[in-house]
Design a protein around this ligand. Structure first.
Ligand SMILES: C[S@@+](CC[C@H](N)C(=O)[O-])C[C@H]1O[C@@H](n2cnc3c(N)ncnc32)[C@H](O)[C@@H]1O
Length: 254
């Protein structure tokens, strides 16, 4: 018998009670802090993330297609290995996977940990989290339904924080980023994968128009690295690939 999947109790232990608006509900196999709300379905892209159909094909079809479209040449598996490396995962670390979707990366992060390590996958979409519980419930992974714009954790509570393929569809990406930076502990690492606005015209204007029409945001080359630098992160790295960028950094020890 292998180790059992993580119970919601371990995720609950990490929560900051002063940041909760309601009593957490764990009846669906993940901890739900949001209840009934339409708040996360404003744009076309957001609505897609709340569709049961998209959630059911996301890991197998949607995400690989997205990688081909954005990253040109990379595979999701390579992206995952790169994230584990950038976050320097291992041992009893606490990892937060913000906007985890169906837990495709959370599972990978959990498998890189040992001992008391825990990977928390956080998302706002019920269908995505239902898939996470169904397909990616493994030892050291736990799932939470919450808003990435107001993370329900104390300051400096994670050794690694990741957000892949989501900042471009959240209406307030810089609020999410500042929350991710808040919960990142001294010595901890942050990894982001998001969109990159092309520098050259006419591609720049065409891509910006297409993204805007679908409620997506394209980030300029220095936008995210600039935020990380202002927040005091060091070892900031950026890799551009097609319409995607991979950004990482480390919070120095106090
Ligand atoms: C494209 S999926 C990314 C899944 C996974 N990280 C990956 O790289 O494949 C984007 C996710 O962001 C989530 N999301 C969007 N806005 C959010 C918010 N305010 N709070 C939490 N999750 C959010 C959506 O529900 C969706 O599951």
């Amino acid at each position: 018998m292998g180790e059992p999947p993580v119970s919601t109790a371990r995720v609950r232990e990490l929560l900051d009670p002063s940041r909760l608006d309601r009593e957490p509900d764990d009846s669906a196999g993940y901890l739900d802090l949001l209840g009934d709300t339409e708040e996360y379905r404003r744009t076309r892209a957001q609505r897609a993330m709340h569709s049961g159909l998209v959630a059911s094909i996301y890991q197998r079809w949607w995400r690989p297609a997205l990688t081909v479209l954005l990253s040109q040449g990379a595979t999701v598996e390579e992206e995952g290995r790169e994230a584990v490396r950038l976050l320097d995962l291992g041992g009893p670390m606490r990892v937060l996977d913000v906007a985890c979707g169906p837990g495709n990366f959370t599972r990978l992060f959990a498998s890189a940990l040992s001992g008391d390590g825990l990977a928390v996958g956080l998302d706002a979409s019920e269908p995505m989290l239902a898939r996470a519980v169904r397909d990616n419930a493994v030892p050291r992974a736990g799932y939470l339904r919450a808003d990435a714009r107001r993370l329900p954790f104390p300051t400096a509570s994670f050794d690694a924080v990741c957000c892949y393929a989501a900042l471009y569809l959240v209406p307030e990406p810089f609020t999410v980023l500042s929350e991710m930076l808040r919960v990142l502990a001294p010595g901890g690492r942050l990894a982001l994968m998001t969109s990159l606005r092309p520098d050259a015209e006419p591609l720049r204007t065409a891509a910006s128009g297409l993204a805007w029409a679908n409620g997506l945001r394209l980030f300029d080359r220095e936008e995210l690295t600039g935020v990380l630098r202002s927040a005091g992160l060091v070892d900031i790295r950026q890799r551009a690939g097609g319409f995607a960028q991979f950004v990482s950094g480390r919070r120095p020890l106090d």
